[in-house]
Design a protein around this ligand. Sequence first.
Ligand code: DGL
Length: 275
Amino acid sequence: MGKNLIGFYDSGVGGLSVLKVALNKIKNKNFAFFGDTLRMPYGARTDEEIRDYTLEAMGFFKDLGVDLSIIACNTATSHGLREAKTKYNYPIIGVVEPGSFNAIERTSNNKVALVATKSCVESGVYDKVLKDMDPSIELRSVYCPDLTLAIERGEFGEDHMDAIVKKYLDEFGDYDFDTMILGCTHYPLVEDSFKRIFKRQGKRVLMVDPAYKTVLDAINILDLSQEEVPNRSIDFYITGDIDKFRYTMEKIVDLSDFDVKFHSVKIEDLEKYKK
Ligand code: DGL
């Protein structure tokens, strides 16, 4: 018998974009969130580092007794999902397949744009998954390091954010995509900036936030037959500065109806989960 708990893992606050969807859709589970803020941004890390961090987080969640873990990070999904599923014998899902599926459902001209981290773009994982699902899809990608960091710091001022988003969207040049995958879980937190820029440019672009389909996939795997939990708990496990995480978190999601606790995690205590 599990602890009726779902785990969410990201390098930082990005995973909150997935947690938020789950809080609305899953009323009979408690939640654990692992934020590896000490070692973020993952987008600038090596493939091996990200794989190891993912194995650590998934091992941590296994010991916590979660029923299912969501790797709520595109970069960690790209480099760690396959290995984590091989190593651990409990349900673990990522965000790339659900995001790709959604993009294919939405596009009409088969031209898709991806914004993600450097490491996620360079892994080529979205290209592979999209083309496996539908070989006629064309994908172009841009990585947006300044955007991830601004969001992590909680710099949500409209003009500031719009300027950063525009800088990266300009990199797509005259590529006439009709669908854009927000392929870093930080980016859906500023989806309005993307929409504003497209509107100003007179472009009609459908946005894909992989969180929705990911949470539906989790619902399909989980046993959700239990009663609703009256005071759902959310335990945050943070490797870096808890106050900094909390500062940005409070700008993103209102958790006043939940029983929230913060825990500090030491990197040395995660070593044992590595390969
Ligand atoms: N939020 C993460 C993602 O979805 C990674 C951000 C980072 O640490 O670079 O890829």
